[in-house]
Design a protein around this ligand. Sequence first.
Ligand code: SF4
Ligand code: SF4
Length: 92
Amino acid sequence: MMDDDFFSPKDPGLPPLPCVGCGWCCLDNPCEVSQQVYGYVPRCPALVWTGARYVCDLVAHPVAGVDLTPLFVGQGCCARHNAWRRDVRKRD
Ligand code: SF4
Ligand code: SF4
């Protein structure tokens, strides 16, 4: 079980870390955008492995009418203590 520290309660005030595309947050729990577009599914269909990292296909190929604001794209990683950040690879 990974420690989801979205608000980094142990490290208040630390600057955000960049997203390295490990995929943990999306695989742990599809986001609200995913739920709106695809419904409640175990694995978000928009999570795509590029060969080097995971990306969100809804961000890579925006769809008219899909609001990406809740994704906070470019604002850093939401789970700085997540060990997957140091082991970026395809997960099945
Ligand atoms: S856990 Fe962090 S590094 Fe991994 S995909 Fe999510 S935001 Fe990016
Ligand atoms: S819609 Fe994008 S950000 Fe949300 S769970 Fe799917 S891949 Fe991740």
